[in-house]
Design a protein around this ligand. Structure first.
Ligand code: GYE
Length: 346
């Protein structure tokens, strides 16, 4: 079964990206057709061009993924690709390998290919204005997926993703509970200049500084959201501060898992001698919690594919979408990790 979209060309061209709270353009009469026109194509029937409705066309979406740096990212990519396939969307996918210049190139190529919607997960927050203006001038709606970009709101249709500041705040409360309100913490930050790192730091710091005066963040450095860097930086923290560290806050599970190795090699017990709180809630984190090496993971949902294509379809149909679409998240602790793991999807 294939999903075929009747494209509202006039509506798309008129899309101004002037905000998502209002419909971008008056829905054209064929709006219903854009919603879900499903056609069965039995094998025995001759498939002729004439048999297809003249105006029917696949939705074409360009998506610039920022990289493949973590388990979270892999789950996000799989979710987008899987959902595109399920819906019969023509997805142009590009992996930027954590480099902004690669993302800019990909976006320009999506413009040249005249895709219907562009999705971008911006590796960092700054430096997007020029290329986003090019997207707007080409009349293509733009959706920010997962991470934010520091640009005027009229340059994108909506942002779909997590509240990173709230994740940082939750992580701080968990850490304070684990430490009984007292101790020295080291922090492994995500990619410098990424909204995920900036806001997870802000939220965590704000709670610790305002509510827990006896907890000190003694070191804070980037591990670029990868296991290898997380391990390397944790080794340096241990070398300089050794047994003076009671807690580790890692902006993602992968860095925490890398750091766990460093702590073990140093001769301390991760999860016991050093309490660890991280973010994402990927399977690797549950395994580490079951082994007693990680204490808490704050969930950040990477399964953004369905919500992303819902938004793309709505925009193309001229329907209203919210400027911010939050993803739903929880908190997972060591005590329930074994019971929780079987139901985890990533
Ligand atoms: O937490 C981390 C990934 O942007 C929310 O990026 C995402 C973060 C995620 O590398 O694992």
């Amino acid at each position: 079964m294939k999903k075929v979209f009747a494209m509202l060309l006039t509506g798309v061209m008129m899309f101004t990206m002037a905000g998502c709270s209002k419909p971008a353009a008056a829905p054209a009469p064929a709006a219903e057709a854009a919603a879900e026109t499903k056609t069965e194509a039995p094998a025995e029937e001759a498939k002729t061009e004439e048999a297809k409705p003249a105006e029917a066309k696949k939705l074409v979406v360009g998506y610039s993924q920022l990289g493949a740096e973590s388990e979270w990212r892999t789950a996000c990519t799989n979710s987008v690709k899987g959902e595109a396939e399920k819906r019969g969307v023509d997805l142009k996918f590009s992996d930027a390998q954590q480099k902004q210049e690669n993302q800019i190139k990909a976006i320009r190529s999506f413009i040249a290919q005249k895709v219907d919607v562009i999705g971008v997960s911006p590796v960092v927050e700054s430096g997007w204005e020029t290329v986003f203006k090019e997207v707007k001038d080409a009349g293509i709606p733009l959706v920010l997926v997962d991470r934010k970009a520091d640009v005027p709101e009229d340059l994108y249709a909506c942002f779909l993703g997590s509240d990173f500041k709230a994740e940082g705040e939750r992580a701080a409360e968990e850490m304070a509970t684990l430490l009984g309100g007292k101790g020295n913490i080291v922090e492994l930050q995500g990619t410098v200049g990424s909204s995920a790192a900036v806001e997870r730091l802000e939220g965590f710091k704000a709670v610790i500084e305002s509510k827990y005066p006896d907890i000190k963040i003694i070191k804070s450095q980037t591990g670029d959201f990868t296991r290898a860097k997380g391990k390397e930086v944790m080794e340096a923290f241990l070398k300089s501060d050794g047994k003076n560290i009671q807690g580790l806050y890692a902006h993602n599970d992968d860095m925490a898992i890398g750091a766990i190795q460093a702590i073990e090699e140093y001769g301390l017990k991760p999860g016991t001698d050093i309490k660890i709180v991280s973010v994402d809630a990927v399977k690797g984190a549950f395994e580490a919690m079951i082994a007693g090496k990680l204490n808490v993971t704050v969930e950040c949902n990477p399964l953004l594919g369905p919500q992303f294509f819902d938004v793309c379809e709505k925009i193309v149909a001229g329907e209203a979408v919210e400027k911010y679409i939050p993803s739903e998240e929880g908190i997972y602790r060591q005590e329930t990790a074994a019971a929780d793991l079987p139901s985890r999807q990533y």
